[in-house]
Ligand binder design. Structure first.
Ligand code: BES
Ligand code: ZN
Ligand code: ZN
Length: 502
């Protein structure tokens, strides 16, 4: 997928290269025929499969015990290398262990284009879930953003074979694994793309292309339309930028009658300099190209809804602009008027995410959605409180929060519910406007969530703050260094289950 670039960017620049790589990977079930590396799952207990060719004692002598996450590569003369991969205790096997195992095989065989993964029974996890987890783990682990590197030695995966007893024709499970991986890979690519290569306008154009390929409608709202709509939050943040803002509305409808209507809102700050409240030039600032990670997760999710067979209607709002300081930038003390008329005193221009989200939450309500899930790289406080592995989730409705929690557990992207503590709401009181965009020095993730809650009103709602989990420094099983795509698979799983629930 290419787009019309500015003159500094080559005409063939790929905006979502991970999709090309995914298209070029053939994934099938059955015996490995031409694999260059064959991973074989081994538990810490029970028999070692004959295919390994070594006894448990011999493997132990080589330092391999079958612990979950461990691998041992055994080159073979004139044949595919064998990769022993630990599955831990037989009675503790889960989708998470399998997803990790597949990822670890693919990592251990990093130079192999054709990889197979074999399991030998009995397997306590349901066959479709086994296949899905293996495919997803392998595809996500081999992801890398190489499109701008002339020196990358990354080897793309050309084929993946999954050989598991008792799966029969689990073609749909293979497809579901690919679809889950796709959601996260699209989100990773967009967040990894440098800010100069991905403006709000580009993001809109990419959404249009993805929509026509993956079966959802896309409506682009430019600056003038946003003025007409009174989206003062997004427009206020955009004021300092030479780039136009975009609100990108995504609409998915199932073929049959919809079982409910889910709204997804994503923060799309293409680059967060802090604005007039300029951020310091520390390493954190370098990550601010990923401040559109929420919007990227929502767009990634939309590429999966049709093929995942989601039965709910899903509408998404991506609120895209960068946040820049300049002579035209919004200032501390300014008052913005959000869609719906709420006036907001700007006490810090770096608390911009909540401003762009406010318009979208009001629009989602106007659209009559049954529930809203929003996702945003909203606060440094989320990172401080829960670190890089776990995202805080807040909400005004326990069943919507629980929908997110269950989805998170199913896809192994951890979340933890924090209280939407009403006692802190008065920190957002303003002397001159309806609300201020800045709370006190403590519980910053909570005061940001309370700000959003003001615009949500009574609609069942959950809010994911992915500031901590949007990126990782190191490869770790299926998580790859750089943008993680965190949340895309949570939202997909939540949309699947929302259909079942509504
Ligand atoms: N985009 C940042 C939050 C962020 C921080 C994301 C670190 C990823 C990693 C957000 O716009 C921001 O700057 N928030 C401020 C809010 C504060 C001024 C109330 C923050 O968290 O410091
Ligand atoms: Zn900011
Ligand atoms: Zn931000």
């Amino acid at each position: 997928m290419t787009r019309s670039p500015n003159k500094l960017i080559p005409a063939d620049f790929r905006t979502v290269p991970g999709l090309d790589a995914l298209d070029a990977t053939s994934v099938h079930l059955g015996a490995p025929s031409d694999a260059e590396a064959i991973g074989i799952g081994i538990h810490t207990d029970g028999d070692v499969p004959d295919a390994v060719g070594f006894s448990r004692e011999q493997l132990a002598d080589a330092g391999f015990t079958g612990d979950a996450g461990s691998t041992l590569v055994m080159p073979q003369a004139g044949a595919a290398a064998l990769v022993a991969v630990g599955l831990g205790a037989r009675d503790e096997l889960s989708s998470d262990v399998l997803r990790d195992a597949a990822a670890n095989v693919v990592r251990a065989a990093a130079r192999s284009e054709k990889v197979a993964i074999r399991l030998f029974g009995p397997i306590a996890v349901e066959p479709d879930a086994v296949v899905r987890a293996l495919v997803e783990g392998a595809l996500l682990a081999r992801y890398r953003y190489t499109v701008l590197s002339n020196v990358s030695r990354h080897v793309a995966l050309k084929s993946l074979t999954v050989d598991v007893p008792g799966v029969g024709e689990a073609a749909d499970a293979v497809e579901q694994g690919v679809v889950g991986a796709r959601a996260a890979i699209v989100a990773r690519d967009l967040a990894n793309t440098p800010p100069g290569h991905l403006t709000a306008t580009d993001m809109g154009d990419i959404a249009v292309e993805l929509g026509s390929r993956f079966g959802f409608d896309v409506e682009l709202f430019d600056k003038q339309v946003l003025i007409d709509l009174g989206c003062g939050g997004l427009l206020g943040v955009n004021q300092g930028s030479t780039e136009e803002p975009r609100m990108i509305k995504l609409s998915y409808a199932p073929t049959g009658e919809a079982s409910g209507h889910l709204g997804l809102v994503g923060k799309g700050i293409m680059y967060d300099s802090g604005g007039i409240s300029l951020k310091p030039s520390d390493p954190m600032h370098l990550l601010m190209k990923m401040d559109m990670g929420g919007a990227a997760a929502v767009l990634g999710t939309f590429t999966a809804l049709r093929d995942a067979g989601v039965e709910a209607k899903v509408t998404g709002w991506l609120m895209c602009t960068d946040n820049m300081p300049s002579g035209t930038a919004y200032k501390l003390g300014d008052v913005l008027t959000a869609r719906g008329g709420t006036t907001i005193e700007v006490k810090n221009t770096d608390a911009e995410g909540r401003l762009v989200m406010s318009d979208a939450l009001v629009l989602a309500n106007e659209d009559g959605v049954d529930a809203i899930i929003d996702i945003a790289t909203l606060t440094g406080a989320a990172l401080v409180s829960l670190g890089g592995a776990t995202a805080p989730v807040f909400g005004n409705d326990q069943s919507t929060v629980d929908l997110v929690r269950a989805a998170s557990a199913a896809v192994d992207e951890p979340v933890w519910q924090l209280p939407l503590e009403k006692k802190y709401r008065k920190q957002l009181d303003s002397d001159i406007a309806d609300i201020a965009n800045l709370g006190g020095p403590f519980a910053g993730a909570t005061t940001a969530a309370l700000f959003l809650a003001h615009f949500v009103g009574e609609t069942p709602w959950a809010h994911l703050d992915i500031a901590g989990t949007m990126q990782t420094e190191k490869d770790d099983s299926w998580r790859t260094a750089g943008a993680t795509g965190f949340g895309a698979r949570i939202l997909l799983e939540a949309a699947r289950n929302f259909a079942a629930k509504a």
